[in-house]
Design a protein around this ligand. Structure first.
Ligand SMILES: [Zn+2]
Length: 551
């Protein structure tokens, strides 16, 4: 990964008009520049460059982005190469972000590495821990070693050992190995089996821990988040299984032991989320390996619900989720133990797609049940940013329900109309547009409940919040951080369509827009049957404000 400052520098220094003009002749029209699009067969110039926002966008093929995207697309090279080439052109020195990050957090990496080694050694000193893994969990020594499993004993032994080696109390707390309560320092893990969590470069960044004494809660505990450990951004097992993920589809399992026990039995294309649910960032991480994943969760209610959520997350990033369907009340481990690996492999090799899974768990019979399922499926399929995937699902639904495709679309629209009507979509686009041009206004959004906004706006806010130097943010930089390709294109095209409309937007104008949005949102809730005192009161309150503020 390239450090963000380098990208900022490139975007700051490299003028998009100059750059693109050196590849194809641009002609000035009004505030923009225009050319025949180099990315599709263009007969009338539909390729536009916006100098004030340093973006290009083609209204024909919808290709768009900043200078980096242009070079990637035009030269048919990857991101890294494009950045290097532009940096060279502008005389900017680059160094790799990963190296710098590791240098910066060197001490944390070092102490975590020692802790991991310590836990591994303890496993062989405490027979109850090793026995648990070998006898109860039936793991082989090879797997135990490969994943560097360990044991955290009681008695602050780790702290004592690390003190002896000259590490400070402050560092132990910073790295999540210990915490302070009143004046005393305590170890984060004790009497637990330890699962080291690795980053993609094979460095331990944190741990998961499982109790040995079943009476103790919580059963599973992770390291707290630290400068190097972010739960939602890492997947358990990925470092050890990465070479198996590209040839076979990644199988997503629920927990540490599901992963270890299947790995032990020769099924190796596995990853697991870290205690939290499957996150968008984790899904994006997996997308680098495959466009499809197989979800293999427990066959109980909680597992089925978690499967639905994970599938929805996968769809959002354009991954096609397949579901390996375990019979009721089986988890992968239990299934293997009772039926054998061969039978489990059959389930994995013939997974359900999302629609079949949904029908299987809800088996609608009456017309109204079917109608409800259709609407629900429509909602979920709408999540995906991948238009081909959407189309394929649409065809399948039309086949299964024996309904013409146009009719399916109508039913989907009905639903989306009641939840997100046209007005709301329009307001959303305006909010996105203003945030792109006036990122500093993102602070005004904090006054509203975050859940009322769609994922796209939430992502935008997060990106803006993550910038340290708020003065430097510009549209090109924000675009660089957006991971959803469809959304990126939308942002770029928005920035062309209504520039005139959003010049000179004041804080109070934006607040008014947010009020309007909140009003529409609540109003929609009301009309879709979700009325209660609170919503009504809030609606009246906002309406009053809106009237006070003029038209
Ligand atoms: Zn084009």
């Amino acid at each position: 990964m390239i450090k963000r400052e380098i990208i900022e520098k490139i975007l700051e220094n490299c003028d998009i008009v100059e750059l693109i003009n050196s590849y194809l002749p641009l002609k000035k029209v009004g505030n923009y520049y225009r050319a025949l699009c180099p990315f599709h067969h263009d007969t009338k110039p539909s390729f536009y460059v916006n100098p004030s926002q340093q973006l290009f966008h083609c209204f024909g093929c919808k290709e768009s982005g900043n200078v980096i995207h242009f070079i990637m697309k035009y030269e048919k090279i990857g991101f890294l190469e494009a950045v290097k080439s532009l940096a060279e052109r502008e005389g900017i020195e680059i160094s790799l972000a990963d190296e710098k990050e590791e240098k910066k957090n060197k001490e944390i990496y070092e102490v975590i590495k020692l802790a991991s080694k310590f836990y591994q050694e303890q496993l062989f000193i405490y027979p109850q821990a090793l026995n648990y893994l070998i006898k109860e969990r039936k793991l082989s020594l090879t797997t135990i070693k490969e994943f560097q499993l360990g044991y955290a004993p009681v008695g602050n032994l780790l702290i004592k050992t690390l003190y002896k080696r000259g590490f400070s109390e402050e560092l132990l707390i910073k790295s999540g190995l210990a915490y302070k309560k009143e004046k005393d320092i305590h170890e984060w893990f004790f009497n637990r089996i330890i699962f080291p969590i690795f980053n993609s470069r094979g460095k331990v960044i944190g741990f998961g821990g499982r109790v040995l004494d079943e009476k103790i809660e919580p059963k599973y505990l992770n390291s707290p988040e630290t400068a190097i450990f972010k739960k939602g951004e890492n997947l358990y097992g990925l470092y050890q299984t990465r070479n198996f993920l590209a040839e076979n589809k990644p199988i997503l399992v629920e927990g540490y032991f599901d992963l270890l026990s299947l790995f032990d039995k020769g099924i190796k294309n596995l990853v697991a989320p870290l205690g939290t649910g499957f996150t968008i960032d984790q899904a994006r991480l997996l997308k680098k390996y495959s466009e499809e994943i197989i979800i293999l969760f427990d066959g109980d209610n909680a597992g089925r619900e978690a499967t639905k959520r994970a599938a929805e997350i996968a769809l959002k990033v354009g991954i096609n989720p397949l579901i390996a369907f375990l019979p009721d009340n089986y988890d992968p481990d239990k299934y293997v133990k009772e039926k054998g690996v061969k039978e489990l492999k059959k389930i994995i090799c013939f997974p359900y797609d999302f629609i079949d899974f949904y029908l299987k768990i809800s088996h609608p019979k009456t017309i109204s049940e079917k109608r409800n399922i259709l609407k629900k499926l429509g909602e979920i399929i709408n999540f995906t940013c991948d238009s081909t995937l959407k189309e394929l699902y649409l065809n399948k639904i039309s086949e299964i329900f024996h309904i013409k495709k146009e009719q399916v679309l109508n039913i989907f629209k009905e639903k989306s109309f009641s939840v997100f009507n046209v007005e709301i979509k329009k307001l959303e686009d305006q909010i996105i547009n203003i945030l792109l041009v006036y990122p500093k206004y993102s602070s005004l959004i904090q006054e509203y409940p975050l859940e009322i906004f769609p994922e796209e706006i939430k992502e935008l806010i997060k990106i803006i919040e993550d910038f340290k130097d708020k003065e430097k943010i510009n549209t090109g930089l924000i675009l660089e951080e957006i991971k959803n390709e469809e959304f990126k294109k939308k942002c770029a095209s928005l920035s062309f369509s209504s520039e005139v409309l959003i010049s000179n937007i004041k804080e109070k104008d934006f607040k008014r827009l947010l009020d309007k949005y909140f009003y529409e949102y609540l109003y929609n809730k009301l009309t879709s049957g979700e009325s209660n005192e609170n919503i009504l009161r809030k609606i009246v309150e906002i309406k009053k404000n809106l009237i006070k503020g003029g038209k």
